[in-house]
Design a protein around this ligand. Sequence first.
Ligand code: PLP
Length: 397
Amino acid sequence: MKISKRASGVSPSLTLAITAKAAKLKKEGVDVVSFGAGEPDFDTPEFIRDAAKEALDKGITRYTDASGTPDLRKAIAASIKKNQGLEYDFSQIIVSNGAKHSLSNAIEATVEAGEEVIIPAPYWLTYPELVKLSDGVVVVAETADAGYKLTPDILKKYITEKTRAVIINNPNNPSGVVYSKAEIFALAAELEKHPDIYIISDEIYDELCYGERAVSIATYSEAIKERTILVNGVSKSYAMTGWRIGYTASALPLAKAMGSIQSHATSNPNSMAQYAALAAYTDPRGDVFLAEMNKIFSARRDLMAGIVKDAGLSIIQPDGAFYVMINVGQFFGKQYNGRKITCAQDIAELLLDDVNVAVVPCESFGAADFIRLSYATSDAQIKKGLERILTFFNKLK
Ligand code: PLP
């Protein structure tokens, strides 16, 4: 059976595979601690769930505009204005089936076959696959020497005549790093010199910063804003991962192009979910929820990062999102029960099979020496899981 070259080149999501295996073991009654989650462990707030029920009762069950309802798009524009001070007309907002779909539209609308997309490592594993699906060329920018952040000097090294876009993920998954305003503006200043390069700015974790809120690169200048496709959504901020609502904000010609692609690929995102997302952005209880969730994640970040650092392990300092990356390179070459450990994947497999802790190995995140632990779980689970991991590391010879 012939499968297209494009489809065969795409790797399945490793994160989903690990989470699925952990869920299977749990179902079989095994006491698994899962640090694999890429989603908040909170329920979607009640007022948002109520809005969805209201949508059903009101008969909001038909097609909407393919790019999302004007009401939701206006509410999103207002939320960007409130958080970043950026002005967008609702026609510049395209609501999609999750931020992943928004990213897919963005890449499809901008990248031609053979054009290069710069992706700073570590990166969210979906980016390279989306670039490959558009027949683009993935250019991984190494940032380990600069605190795992892209800098103008690093960026310069990777820009060629073929560069079409750079993807900036701030706060970052998997590292949790947050660029300061000065750092993000320095990148913007460099990118201003390259007017043909688009900036895909994935800001999906912007509500989960434990210091200053991450500043959008689009705030640097009108010229940069024109070339930035800002990506965000309700998945992480309002604990709405299953609802599938994300968006792009961009210059109008790009918005129109992405809207056209979407109109043929999927039509509108789910109408009830759009109505629920409207409540998330407009009901004052949304802000209360955000503040509460941020406080809890911030405390968990301190707890997890504190225990790991106290144990003498090396991590990337996480200032946002809900992940801690641990450098496990020092264990490569060691033995566990006669098995030689050669990579992060080996460690993740052993941790799950032998001490029942699910973590994500970061080979496919462009950080082969690391594992990623999500703290979207309770304090008790964090303590229990880390104790098991540290005991495991102590047994390595
Ligand atoms: N961008 C990053 C960096 C993510 O980590 C994720 C989800 O894990 C997404 C985008 C996708 O979000 P959504 O669930 O809205 O598609």
